[in-house]
Design a protein around this ligand. Sequence first.
Ligand code: 9MR
Length: 565
Amino acid sequence: MKKLFALSAFVLLFLNACDSKKGSAKISDQIRINQIGFYPSSVKQFTIVDTEASTFKVVDGYKNKVFSGELVDQGVWDASGEKVMLGDFSSFTAPGAYYIVVNDTIASYPFKIQKELYRDALRKSIKSYYFQRASMPIEEEYGDIYQRGAGHPDDQCIYHPSTGRTEGTLNSPGGWYDAGDYGKYIVNASLSVGQMLLILEQFPEFMNNVGLNIPESGNGIIDLWDELRYELDWIQTMQDDDGGVFFKLTALGFGGFIMPEDYDLDRYIRGKTTASTLDFAAVLAQASRLYKDIDSEWSAKALEAAKKAYTWAEQNDNIPFKNPEDVSTGEYGDSEFSDDFFWASSELYLATKEDQYKVAMNKYKQEYKHQLADSWKNFVRNVGFHSLLENRDMLDTEFANFLTQGHTALADDILQKIGQHPYRIALDNYEWGSNSDILNQAYILCVAHKLTDDEKYLIGAEQMNDYIFGKNATGYSFLTGFGAKKVMFPHHRPSGADSIADPVPGFILGGPNNDRQDGHLVEYTSEFPAKAYMDVEASFASNEVCINWNAPAVYVLGYLEQVRK
Ligand code: 9MR
């Protein structure tokens, strides 16, 4: 937390300095810029809306003009209803703290140009998972002012009638809370861990330098591995003796905004499904491969569990999940399983090199379609692609080339959209969790960069990432605790109940959602899709946090920190 205070103090000092020195220029929401800033070598762009101005200046904290440039008209953006101009100062590379000034009257929020730009954001976005840990206290030593008691022992979870059982309980402690609610859901847990495993696979040495100050720190294992393991160990408790995997562990409803330790609703286990079983198989096979050298015993057990789950899913290949009538917690509804089969068989093949999984992978050959990833559902398939691409040397050359071409074609589509978009993003649909769609597209571009070493993909990933930190139609920085225009009221039970003004740091918010499923509770101030976001606690549809929204942020920030020097 001390760092957070230091950062806020810096922002305030800087803003004050700006106030006294920048004449009549006032900080304005009209300028939308990444409020963290830019690496020296990055493309540096911002938007300004509803202005007649045609030029801008980059000014340092002492009012010295260090760069001037032209604003380029982008027309009216239908999704925000604003006339957008774009400014670009990429050729300015000197490290320092700056702001944009237009017409000598309006100024942007301050930003920096520096190396290791996202180190703190990366650390905090991973640390947010520690704050989501169920069944153990968050101690002051690790959680600072966000310390809290242990919530949800989950040692005697009741089998809901949908499991077909009438007696006994399940011991299923640990794992992370899914989101602003206290549920634990296998499909989303698997996806989130699967996405973060890739950064560890690609850059283990780098991630070894990203210390988190969690209870396991100092045990000789990379902290991110330990954090993921906390979730993976819970995931394994959800497997039934026959290999099938229960769908979720939640109360019957969401419950109020209280701390985890004050929660006293009964916790239920819901029935086994095809998707939960396959996603379990996939992530445990992936983890078993990557944990082999760290803990061979754990790795072997994880692989056995994955194989058993896969066999169950083959025999039960069409069991969707539907909330029973008395249950209103998250559904993660999905009745299309070819993507889950694809991810699971790909990971099992990579983990075992066994022919049966290769055959299974080929069974879904017609489905080798790289997905743009609008919504978590589609990213399941991509996780399989990314693991295969990272291990191309294990594949037939023809197949490896086919996958590489598919991925770069998808990345090129994204780049083309970015090039035509006034905000230089590729999103055209604002749905639930739209910020994760942005980050997942950036994720795809990072993978394309890793494959090809072509700078254009890295630039695209950064342009998308700028959106998250303020270059968006709301002007908010969408990572809690970061940026000058901060989100203060996330739909996150501990942040709402802990009596601390600032929310728990390091969470990605859902973002603009034009479906406004919470419209009966929240008065949205804009009719426009790209502005369908409200920083109010009640807004579960636009202002919640979620483990699968943070996962691509961890990957993208980790990738940029590793690659951008
Ligand atoms: O991210 C999920 C989104 O795609 C769905 O439209 C929405 C409604 O089913 O649920 C979202 O996931 C929520 C989950 O069901 C429960 N925990 C909070 C998740 C984020 O809002």
